[in-house]
Design a protein around this ligand. Sequence first.
Ligand code: SF4
Ligand code: SF4
Length: 509
Amino acid sequence: MAVELSPVSQIPAEFRVKVDHDRCRRCKRCVLNCSFSAIEFKDKVTPDHRKCVACHRCATFCPESAITIEENPMAYKDNANWTARIRQNTLKQAETGGIILTGMGNPKPYPIIWDHLVIDACQVTNPSIDPLREPMELRTYLGSKPNYLEFENDENGKIKLKTQLAPQIKLDIPVIFAAMSYGAVSHNVHKSLAIAANKMGTLMNTGEGGLHEDLYPYSGRIIVQVASGRFGVHNQYLANSAAVEIKIGQGAKPGIGGHLPGEKVGQEISKTRMIPVGTDALSPAPHHDIYSIEDLSQLIYAIKEATDYKKPVSVKIAAVHNVAAIASGIVRAGADIVTIDGFRGGTGATPAIIRDNVGIPIELALAAVDQRLRDEGIRNQASLICAGSIREAADVAKAIALGADACVIGTAALVSLGCRVCQKCYTGNCAWGIATQRPELTRRLNPDVGSQRLCNLLTAWGHELQEVLGSLGVNSIESLRGSRERLRGVGLDKETLDILGVKPAGVGM
Ligand code: SF4
Ligand code: SF4
């Protein structure tokens, strides 16, 4: 027999909302901005600390800077083993009996290998290049490349290319916006990403939620996904794309499917995803079209057939222990692009146990895949895209030196749009209008402003990448690709360095 629990939760407030009532001019902007109903106005501004998720929306928009949000120091007494997170989760499960859901990427303090890699620089005998004076090429092409080119003479005796190239996508900067579905994020986020991708000569990715008709004008810069739920997939969807991506796995939740709760499925999402209003969108954990590499090959060629062999087909997998062998199979199955998503990748909603404990770091997966494809002589047959917590331009440069053709950013893009990484995306109450479908919240993100912020971010990263290239004495991103000799490891053990194919710092060429 179920025992009724006390209506008062034992879970302490994680944060404290402090209001300086002397400064407060009682404009109530904080009350309107808090989408978690953590602030009320009685005779004065009155916080309910337990509801606060530290999204900082109230503090940002308080005209008097009268609000501060602090961690509640007395919530859990310090204990290095029984951490606050473990105890909070234990209390939540004792009260609900459910799995712990979460959003965004894995916050656990696993070593971040990017931060243990340093980049070489030119000195006396090898001159550096000044990117302010010399052209620096960030352009890259995604798609299958031949190992060699054949030429022939045309009827006028001029030399022309005989080799038929597989479809290629030109990127002006090797940074792509990650797959985030319409449903997980708002329409205005999708629009911001599409406009910015178009302006910056890069790509956005629909995720598995289909493509809203409003975004068809930007289709030349959109990767459309065919995921296990096949939401919103139809001929026109495939046609309105720069590339098609078969999603098998996601870094934040390898081996599990997706779930968009019915309350988020309004009219527009229902039309775009082709599911009834108010129904849960459940993507199965296994991709039911694919149970073998042969099945994958059939699906790749079915998509190529449906798109007249004019679009590259990408396959996205999560980084797992045997990722190199899996990637090799994917390339042999005919994929033009392989996207590998590491265990720090972001998500809108997933069980915390999966996000925080399943999968492997992207740095190791990328190095292992690039090396295996080189060893097998098939590296040129597919481009490699690296995803899973690419946080800054330095991560991009290091990923390219480890073998990536381009990187994907999700959380960095959302942070540039205002996300405070409060990790409550799964509630659908995002105060910044990002991970929500509530119309009064989605209006908070203006797509023109959002796209400009994204363009600024990529422009800044582009300049930084050019600075790095200049310091290396090379003038194109192509010259950095797979150049592991330009990296050195600091504080990494021998096994890790061996997998990375990188020498320790202090060792010369
Ligand atoms: S937004 Fe600032 S000034 Fe306005 S009511 Fe809230 S605390 Fe007071
Ligand atoms: S949830 Fe966000 S808006 Fe609400 S009180 Fe906390 S920080 Fe402020």
